[in-house]
Design a protein around this ligand. Sequence first.
Ligand SMILES: NC(=O)c1ccc[n+]([C@@H]2O[C@H](COP(=O)([O-])OP(=O)(O)OC[C@H]3O[C@@H](n4cnc5c(N)ncnc54)[C@H](O)[C@@H]3O)[C@@H](O)[C@H]2O)c1
Length: 355
Amino acid sequence: MKSITTPEYSIHFNSTCYTELNTFLKISNFSKIFILVDSNTHNYCLPYFLSQVVTQQDLEIIEIEPGEINKTIDTCAGVWSTLSDGDADRKSLIINLGGGVVTDLGGFVASTFKRGIKFINVPTSLLSMVDASVGGKTGVDLGVLKNQIGVINFSEMVLIDTHFLDTLPQNEMRSGLAEMLKHGLIQDESYWNNMCNLSQHSLADLDQLIYESVIIKKNVVIQDPNENGLRKTLNFGHTIGHAIESYFLSSDKKTTLLHGEAIAIGMVLACYISNKLTGFPLEKLNSITTILSKIYGKIEFLDQDYEPIIELLKFDKKNTHGNINFVLLEDIGVPIIDCKVSNTLILESFNFYNS
Ligand SMILES: NC(=O)c1ccc[n+]([C@@H]2O[C@H](COP(=O)([O-])OP(=O)(O)OC[C@H]3O[C@@H](n4cnc5c(N)ncnc54)[C@H](O)[C@@H]3O)[C@@H](O)[C@H]2O)c1
């Protein structure tokens, strides 16, 4: 797998990661280097990462609690204080070693500390490798509302070492797969077909599929970094998916859904709505639904869940002038942005999912 370059940063894979990182650290003369981890990546990923880094400088570790409930401004405040107490200045560097929570939050902390210091993303979950660490979106949640606070700002580099996936729990692997499947649905039918046959692939094929997924995302972001048009397509499944994720986060009676699990439901609902509004082929709707429910199972929704979920849709960041904007598909690989969808049709899509 080759390195990928974009105008703002480069993405390196597996063995090239550490050569590139060590050269970068050698020539950059950072005043201090901080590594942000959560307690899981501290245990599972940091020892190996440290064994690969060669630098004369001390590396200071900052640890946060894991999970979406900690992707908050309070956690940021703790990290900002630790940076300040640790004498971080504008020439300091933060290396974010973790899943999407660490890369989103660490990127935001770095982008705002002393009006911005440099950072590097080292994603350790599948989801952060193929999506969260790439493309410059950083930020945190506001209460249960997803990603309401943040900035777009690019890391110096992204280092994707798939060796980290060895310790990632199975449900987190499935969560990451959802974003890879989404990349196929919005951009490339042959990639989608390859992803559907994943169980027949070897681990080496997974590395290649991760690489291709990153290329799909990179190519979209490069054309529309500020999400004025094309980049919105990456939100396919996320309009309802985020609302479902927020609802489950806020409800004591529900188990928390992982990001990708919520997005998988959002994609089934969006395919159904696409079939009704844009003529998305019925046989593809049915095969996508079968494949996604085979991977993710079925989540039970009760009648009383729908209203609060629909209410949460109004916080989606793609909304403008009070309109909820959906990304739909005309076909696999043919997305349409800014589609208006009635609440009746959204309810109908839940009925379809439940059936
Ligand atoms: N910025 C973006 O463009 C973008 C895109 C998609 C998703 N996201 C965000 O990403 C987040 C989800 O990312 P995630 O699924 O990586 O969540 P996460 O960061 O919570 O990681 C999932 C879990 O796996 C653990 N973990 C991570 N790597 C591990 C490893 N190698 N071994 C063992 N455990 C490991 C973590 O500690 C955590 O408990 C959400 O907040 C979502 O909004 C951002």
